[in-house]
Design a binder for this molecule. Structure first.
Ligand code: SAH
Length: 236
């Protein structure tokens, strides 16, 4: 009797832990669905693949523990070292603006938390990402591999210079703001490729530029004002 009682308690305990985990996962899924409906669809993001990726990638995993409860909020969040994970809308917007197709090669400047890279990987693209702050580079690499995005290629270094070895890229997404468009990035963009890049002074609003390459010609579209952390030049 005692033995079967102990067994029963053990089974109940295991079942409750299991149900608790399921419930927690379910509640994050609901939060992400709400985030997509109220912050992205409501503001005009239409690309169904982008919306699917934003529903699926567990944003809460890329946010430091102490901010986790606010992971799906309509704002950027600190990730340490003076850096931030971008607001969900900005991630979706930049991803939509580069109009990715499957198996395209994309370069991200500023891996940060790794979240934008995971969204790009979820779209079945070949992702290359560069981060200048070593501990962030290491953390992002680890989380992406734990979440099943092992194919994303990471580089610790200065993204101003791009990643020549794998160029040219169909798309380049810059998630930190330089005060001018880096020439090496323009050079590494494929013919018909698209780059999205915030340009402007640090600590103020910047202009989000969508740059399309047509052979040796670059066509610039001003998308509007945004706010990003600055692009820094010395590796830490
Ligand atoms: N895409 C990120 C947002 C990161 S914030 C995400 O999804 O979380 C911008 C990042 O750019 C920071 O991590 C910062 O360290 C990095 N950064 C700044 N200057 C850089 C440079 N020259 N090269 C590469 N990364 C840089």
């Amino acid at each position: 009797m005692k033995r079967s009682l102990r067994l029963l308690i053990l089974i109940i305990l295991i079942a409750s832990i299991f149900l608790d985990t399921l419930w927690a996962q379910d509640s994050w899924k609901l939060k992400r669905e709400k985030m997509v409906a109220t912050q992205l669809e409501a503001r005009g993001i239409k690309d169904q693949e982008v919306l699917r990726a934003m529903r699926k990638v567990p944003r809460e995993r890329f946010v430091p523990e102490w901010y986790r409860s606010r992971a799906c909020g309509d704002h950027p969040l600190p990730i340490g070292y003076g850096q931030t994970i971008s607001q969900p809308y900005i991630v979706a917007l930049m991803t939509e603006l580069v109009e990715l197709k499957e198996r395209e090669r994309v370069l991200e400047i500023g891996s940060g938390s790794g979240y934008q890279a995971a969204i790009l990987a979820e779209l079945k693209t070949e992702v290359y990402t560069i981060e200048i702050i070593k501990p962030l580079y290491e953390r992002a690499k680890k989380i992406l591999s734990e979440e099943g995005y092992q194919k994303v290629k990471f580089l610790h270094g200065d993204g101003y210079l791009g990643w020549k070895e794998h160029a040219p890229y169909d798309a380049i997404i810059v998630t930190c703001a330089p005060d001018h468009i880096p020439q090496p990035l323009l050079k590494q963009l494929k013919d018909n490729g698209v780059m999205v890049i915030p340009v402007g002074p640090p600590g103020a609003y910047q202009t989000l530029w969508v740059v399309k390459r047509e052979k040796e010609k670059f066509i610039f579209h001003n998308w509007g004002e945004v706010r990003f952390v600055p692009l820094i030049r010395r590796a830490k």
